[in-house]
Ligand binder design. Structure first.
Ligand SMILES: Nc1ncnc2c1ncn2[C@@H]1O[C@H](COP(=O)(O)OP(=O)(O)O)[C@@H](O)[C@H]1O
Ligand SMILES: [Mg+2]
Length: 240
């Protein structure tokens, strides 16, 4: 993964992109757009904890969650990102940090909370998934996780939870019930309408609504205008 950018602004160097050698201007702009909409959403809902999920694996949840966390932290907001995907934990790999003590360990015992918090920059902290991955659904469902989240909410303006996908495993639905807002990532030319509808339906059974959808890999510009194959955000609307 390369922390590379084409601009000279040092803040932009924080933007993580493990898929391209260069983070282009249009990618940075796409994330700033997502940031604006995310903050507007969170402010409107008086929300602090945001889950970023998607119907299936490899649709860009972790990449998006991390880049949203980084861009929001650039606005001098205190942000915490938590990797809650015990099935495919990835934030530690993307950030090249240890994963021996993470959220799943803290749910069992948070006496060493401070040791589990990795500082990415002045405003962005990271809690990786951790090693206690035997019963993630039960751990995430526990009151101890609620208590831990309450404790963390006192320290941060925003908490972003990188979750597993909704359709194949139950953990994301467990987490979705504990957060203030839910954003779904769908991947252009990959996520099917059926998979998306299934995810919405699973959330709907729990009377949960999606607050925003990020289309990852979309080209929002007309052909020949300029190429920006990255993220595109629809806020406040569901997308069928
Ligand atoms: N817009 C994109 N274009 C190309 N590759 C991408 C894009 N978004 C994510 N990826 C790559 O796809 C893989 C899965 O992305 P990731 O964010 O880890 O997905 P998830 O968390 O949904 O499983 C990673 O290797 C990531 O670098
Ligand atoms: Mg992931």
């Amino acid at each position: 993964m390369a922390n590379t950018t084409t601009t000279k602004n040092p803040n932009e160097n924080l933007l993580i992109n493990d898929i391209r050698k260069k983070v282009t201007f249009s990618i940075v702009e796409a994330y700033k757009n997502i940031r604006t909409n995310t903050i507007a959403l969170m402010t409107k809902k008086d929300a602090k904890v945001l889950a970023i999920s998607s119907p299936n694996a490899s649709e860009g949840k972790s990449t998006t969650a991390l880049n949203v966390a980084i861009t929001v932290s650039q606005l001098e907001k205190k942000v915490l990102i938590i990797d809650a995907d015990a099935h495919r934990p990835s934030l530690h790999k993307k950030l090249k940090i240890e994963n021996d003590l993470g959220i799943l360990n803290l749910i069992v015992d948070d006496s060493n909370l401070a040791d589990a918090i990795h500082s990415h920059n002045n405003n962005l902290d990271v809690i990786t998934c951790g090693t206690n991955t035997s019963k993630p659904s039960e751990l995430l469902n526990s009151e101890k996780f609620d208590e831990l989240l309450e404790k963390l909410k006192e320290k941060y303006d925003y908490i972003i939870i990188d979750t597993p996908p909704i359709n194949p495993v139950s953990d994301a639905l467990v987490i979705a019930q504990k957060v203030d807002a839910i954003i779904l990532v769908v991947r252009a030319a990959s996520t099917t309408h059926e998979a998306f509808r299934k995810a919405l339906k699973s959330l709907g059974v729990l009377e949960l609504k999606v607050d925003g959808v990020i289309i990852n890999g979309a080209d929002p510009r007309p052909k020949g205008y300029y190429k920006s194959k990255y993220s595109y955000y629809r806020y406040g609307k569901t997308y069928y």
